[in-house]
Design a protein around this ligand. Structure first.
Ligand code: NAP
Ligand code: ZN
Ligand code: ZN
Length: 356
């Protein structure tokens, strides 16, 4: 085990109930294939909150201290001798994975997120270099193998680019996989971090987009982001019924337990709804909403490294970025409270210069 380390400042939690607070963590000294990045901005994903609060206890129990963050953009500070793709001073990015087995069929195909032995996630996953668990991007510095470092295209705003590393790729990948494009009527459920990127991508791909939201105050924004139709779902059965069996595809980004059946009813025959949200409690499924029209319910996890770079390049070419609210590190607990109230427009991004 490689034990040469240096210390860096981070922001994390020491228990499921503790507020996040500044702390010092070790990082490995960069090896020949590693890139050391001074982090400028890190997005705040709802997955960070699920993990910090140990809401995924049964599948991925949290090890404390927990330093979340997997929407990382920063400047390359050092590179190992074998690193070819980035150099000191470049803007670089890291997403939800920092390694994988590299030899299984999934890794070879560029779908490392489905690695047969699981990829090494950016936080709360076995750290094969230092022991313990990986620490994420709510931190001043990170060291990552070059194979999992992305290039930030020239001209991209680093704060607006950070959320692309999770919210961006997690919505881009299924929209591409299910071939969303011109002539398709597509529903996006939830307008948070993932949802706002889904609306932007689905409309950029040429689909006719409807946003389904519980927040009446987000309607105008949704149209600005690219939605052609907006439905406020709470107590609005008539509007939902009007749209029954009319959608070719639905991407559901909701972070909390909710009624999936009302959205399945919106799908045409053989059409698919993909779930991205990962709430703690299992969903109740009334099978008839699937049976009668041979509808499909699917899931999707982030995206591979190659596709993440493709998505970043697509965003640069089309002028797409996340709509962010930049916060100081000390505002992170308030930001989590606001996420739980769906009060986010549309991604919090921590300015790491504010972390002491
Ligand atoms: P977020 O910014 O908090 O957005 C979630 C949105 O869901 C809210 O803004 C709200 O939108 C809607 N919502 C919240 N509570 C609701 C409820 N009770 N009923 C109906 N709608 C509700 O979260 P995010 O960062 O986009 O993440 C969304 C989910 O995806 C999380 O569970 C996260 O862990 C998961 N995730 C999965 C992957 C993956 O690879 N599959 C990757 C990243 C994140 P409205 O105000 O418009 O209703
Ligand atoms: Zn995420
Ligand atoms: Zn693999």
């Amino acid at each position: 085990m490689d034990k040469a380390t240096f210390e860096t400042r981070a922001c994390g939690a020491t228990s499921a109930a503790a507020p996040l607070a500044p702390m010092t963590i070790p990082r490995r000294q960069p090896g020949p294939g590693d890139v050391q990045i001074d982090i400028l901005f890190c997005g705040v994903c709802h997955s960070d909150l699920h993990q910090v609060r140990n809401e995924w206890q049964s599948a991925m129990p949290t090890v404390y201290p927990c330093v979340p963050g997997h929407e990382i953009v920063g400047r390359v500070a050092k590179t190992g001798a074998a690193v070819k793709g980035v150099k000191t001073g470049d803007l670089a990015a890291v997403g939800c994975m920092v390694d994988s087995c590299r030899v299984c069929d999934e890794c070879k195909a560029g779908t490392e997120q489905y690695c047969k032995t699981l990829p090494t996630f950016t936080y709360n996953f076995e750290d094969k270099h230092l022991g313990g668990v990986t620490y994420g991007g709510y931190s001043k510095s990170i060291v990552v193998d070059e194979a999992f470092v992305l290039r930030v295209p020239k001209g991209m705003d680093p704060a607006g680019a950070a959320p692309l590393l999770c919210a961006g790729i997690t919505t881009y990948s299924p929209l591409r996989h299910w071939k969303v494009g011109k002539g398709m009527k597509v529903g996006i459920v939830g307008l948070g971090g993932l949802g706002h990127m889904a609306v932007k991508f689905a409309s950029a791909f040429g689909a006719e987009v409807t946003l389904f939201t519980t927040s009446p105050g987000k309607s105008e924004d949704a149209r600005r982001l690219g939605a052609h139709d907006v439905v406020v779902t709470r107590d609005n059965e008539a509007e939902m019924l009007k749209r029954a069996a009319t959608y070719d595809y639905i991407l559901n980004t909701v972070s909390a337990k909710h009624d999936l059946n009302v959205f399945l009813e919106l799908l045409k025959k053989d059409a698919t709804m993909t779930l991205l949200g990962a709430p703690q409690e299992p969903a109740a499924l009334g099978v008839f909403s699937l049976l009668f029209k041979r509808r499909r319910l699917a899931g999707s996890a982030i995206g591979g490294i190659r596709e993440t770079q493709e998505m970043l390049d697509f965003c640069a070419e089309r002028g797409i970025a996340s709509d962010v609210e930049t916060i100081r590190a000390a505002q992170i607990n308030e930001a989590y409270a606001r996420l739980l109230r769906s009060d986010v427009k549309y991604r919090f991004v921590i300015d790491m210069a504010t972390l002491d």
